[in-house]
Design a protein around this ligand. Sequence first.
Ligand SMILES: [Zn+2]
Length: 247
Amino acid sequence: MNLKVSGIVLRVRPSGDNDRLCTILTDTHGVINAYARGARSMKNKNSTATAQFVYGNFELYRRREYYIIDESQYEDLFTGLRDDIIRLSVAQYLCQLAMELIPDEQPAGEYLKLMRAALYYLSENTRPALLVKAAAEMRIMSMSGYMPDLVMCAECGAYEHDVMYFIPRTGQIKCGDCGVGEDGFCLKLGRGAMTAMRHSIYASQKKLFAFSINEQSLRQFSKASEAFVIAKLEKSLTTLEFLRTML
Ligand SMILES: [Zn+2]
């Protein structure tokens, strides 16, 4: 019997003469690999819905360790991503991060909602690309078990300060009075960036991307969130490094 899933195509690789091997974030089975036979031909029934970033519905069946896509219908193509290299690069990066962190063969409905919203805002260009990037990467990290502790200064318990330091290695913050001492690499956050960091992990998913922030604070926020990703994964990602060359 066919398996019916909703999902986002995170990555597409060519396979054989005319096939595609798609990595799909699904609602019920996490991240899976699925072949779309003949889908590189424009006339193929699955060619549209098996392109990268597409959100759609897929009917699959299992063949050893892979799935085969039998039927597919797209819901969102997110074509606006192709209008701007930065927004496209953020989308590529979030897809790679999702592949890195989201488990396979497990329900992943919340991850799917998050990724769909991120791709929507990037495609529609209704939120700054860096805001979507930083909020999504903090949220994906938190959902994957890497929850930073941003409530108060780890030393004195201060909630607010003009300057806070974020320590990527531990995911803690320290206030400007306490300083970081032996904690090593840290990033300075002003009030705007600190508020955004907290929002990105404590706000409801519905409100995740619904905040405004000035340019300087956004850069601090984005630098801190990507430093957290690199510290916890103990490596960078090729798509993140590419994005960084353009910022
Ligand atoms: Zn303190």
